[in-house]
Design a protein around this ligand. Structure first.
Ligand SMILES: C[S@@+](CC[C@H](N)C(=O)[O-])C[C@H]1O[C@@H](n2cnc3c(N)ncnc32)[C@H](O)[C@@H]1O
Length: 326
């Protein structure tokens, strides 16, 4: 049994990878409108939900997992003092509904990918880098707790999600810092480089980019274009991103869970469309213009971030990240 502040207790069970219907009801409780799900998605369109002008429900799902991680997994692998506040009014009910669902492996993955990105960012800042771009930022709170003096932050997201986030911040009384610039971009329709330039990003200075939980929702064309934009930045720039293995790389149990998850996110209007294999990434990243590439799988992620935990929190074998530098 877990207690959140002075709210009613909630419970946590085993493991799953889906944004559940109940969690979405929780999302509706905390202010996210849930429009009818639109069927049919052309590959060169933003997810149907976003194209219809609704904010990303999976962005809320990830934010809920980050908030739960602060409360349930002690000590947190990824400490985010603003994670609960980002959920806004009704966060206790949202968290309670989410904690009723099994989500341990997903929570571990979402925590690890943020930790991995921010660790690499911190090392890059030490080397003198002064620009950080969050691609598909969702409700990521980094910009509002940025510990690096002089680091400019650019949050890129689909306009529908970004508008919702800005309302969220205002409602939560969190002031967007001066060093944060919002850059609305639909990766399927707009030129990321142009939008960044229009918003004051310096292509002649190195930058670090993160793209957490995004690749699976965008087309391969949009992914390659995005990678080329990063590779076109000043030397010393880099990108880290999470990605998802295709079903044939999973065992039978994981494949069955994948099918359930895919059906659930498709019903939300945010279908998973892009799956990557680790072996294909180094040539693909080199072709885009990167020269130093690091892949991190579940086993390595566990060694780095979860070893020795008393609570047994672990990544599953489906956790995958890649980082590339120029
Ligand atoms: C699962 S959420 C991840 C959010 C955040 N990175 C996190 O880890 O909490 C996916 C994000 O990708 C964004 N996204 C999906 N398709 C997009 C597109 N075509 N253009 C821009 N952003 C997109 C959504 O708006 C959402 O913020």
């Amino acid at each position: 049994m877990i207690y959140f502040g002075n709210q009613a207790p909630f419970q946590q069970h085993g493991e799953a990878m889906v944004l559940s219907r109940r969690r979405l009801l929780g999302a509706a409780v905390c202010g996210l409108a849930l429009p009818a799900v639109l069927p049919g998605l052309a590959r060169a369109e933003a997810p149907a939900r976003l194209a219809a002008g609704a904010a990303s429900a999976t962005a809320l799902g990830a934010a809920v997992q980050r908030a739960l991680h602060q409360i349930i997994d002690l000590p947190p692998v990824f400490a985010d003092p603003l994670a609960v506040a980002m959920l806004g009014a009704g966060s206790a009910r949202t968290l309670q509904a989410a904690a009723d669902r099994p989500s341990r492996g997903l929570r571990a993955y979402i925590a690890m990918r943020s930790r991995h990105a921010e660790d690499q960012l911190a090392a890059a800042v030490q080397r003198g880098l002064r620009q950080y771009v969050l691609l598909g930022a969702g409700l990521d709170s980094f910009a509002c707790r940025n510990p690096h003096p002089g680091l400019r932050v650019f949050e890129v997201d689909h306009p529908a999600t970004q508008q919702w986030k800005r309302q969220r911040l205002a409602e939560a009384g969190i002031t967007a810092p001066d060093r944060l610039t919002f850059v609305p971009v639909d990766f399927e329709k707009q030129r990321l480089d142009r939008q960044l330039e229009l918003h004051g990003f310096r292509f002649d200075e190195p930058a670090f980019f993160s793209m957490l939980g995004v690749v699976i929702y965008i087309s391969e064309e949009a992914l390659d274009q995005t990678l080329r934009v990063v590779a076109g930045c000043a030397p010393g720039s880099g990108v880290t991103f999470s990605y998802t293995l295709p079903a044939h790389r999973l065992d039978a149990a994981a494949r069955a869970a994948r099918e359930r998850s895919m059906a659930a996110v498709a019903r939300l209007g945010e279908p998973w469309i892009t799956f990557l294999e680790p072996e294909t990434l180094p040539p693909r990243l080199r072709a885009a213009g990167f020269n130093r590439i690091e892949l991190l799988d579940g086993a390595e992620g566990n060694r780095r971030y979860f070893d020795g935990r008393a609570d047994g929190l672990r990544l599953s074998s489906s956790a995958q990240m890649a980082t590339a530098w120029i």
